[in-house]
Design a protein around this ligand. Sequence first.
Ligand code: ZN
Length: 411
Amino acid sequence: MIKSETKDLEKIYEKINSEENKMVEFLGEMIKIRALDPRSGGEGEYAKAKWLENELKKMGFKVEWYNCPDDRVPSKVRPSLVVREEGNDKSKTLWIVTHTDIVPEGDLKKWNTDPYKPFVKDGKIFGRGVEDNGQELVASLFALKSLKELGIKPKINVALAFVADEETGSEKGIKYLIEKKLFKKEDLIVVPDGGNSDGTLVEVAEKSIAWIKFTIEGKQSHASMPHLGKNAMRAGMRLGILIDEKLHEKFSKKNELFDPPVSTFEPTKKEANVPNINTIPGEDVFYFDCRVLPEYKLSDVMSTIEECVKKIEKEYDVKVRIEKMQFEDAAPTTPVDAPVVKLLIESVKKVYKNQPKPGGIGGGTCAAIFRRAGYNAVVWAKLDDTCHGPNEYAIIDNLIGDAKVYATMMS
Ligand SMILES: [Zn+2]
């Protein structure tokens, strides 16, 4: 690194340190405004977006509104806001995409404080939405604000997107922005909506997910007269074991990006059948949760399952119904040598002096929407993952540190 760059970084870090109180206050004010999806009984993100626009203007940003129509909310729109800063190289843009919507507070009795009144204690700020996704929204904003106020021009264009509707499918948020063609293939996209507590997980891949329900139909009878019935539970147990064995046998590849590095096939939920011990159940219902490495296709997993089902149907003279409760092939993986991955890892290392690594996770994130649309996106943040639960908190040191990471990426 050349000397002036090091000097700039030092100045930026100092500036961000000096903004700590303002950042905490900003985050606290922001979470007072609920931004809930109409399906969760909310009015959407409009009020929060209005507040945010006002704050952004005070900082000297020009604010772009992208209003996705939605008749279910009073404002009739689900707004996403974008602010930009031009870089020395204008050919591509570094995007940091955070969301303004939240999930409901859940059981209030489990909260120690009012979820919509920010509460600061022991270096943490508590409240609904402080970690998911307020921490990163504020971190990205104050990173850009610091550069702007110091008169440091970003290396490439920088854009911050504060999007709607992340918690319930992104249909009226990220997907809408992709439709509006805001992004270019060569852009660097960070979605800081997940991570781990030491900031070492740079998420570039995910497993496919299939939740499958099996209903075995036999014939109920008295337990002393099994020849008059067809025991659905015995067939169900056999089927469960057969599926378990066959799937593990056939889909056994390893991929060290993931923890665990294998596909997982777990029998999980079991529905109650008959209430008494002396009845042979005529119906048996159980479920599998499958998380499959992206090198496999879920349709191949299904074929194996169907073979098992046919075998059991024949052997036990029962009928088996298969229902897909959730069924989604993984999005393409972001290559570990993609510019956004390299830049992020370098920047995280510089700030936290840790060893961040690209990795995969077992469930879908909103980065998958970008990847499916052909953009390289990564998920990263340093957080304790308290989101969606009671007593959600953000660690103030993470707020400051992550702002430095984004500022490093920008400068
Ligand atoms: Zn989130």
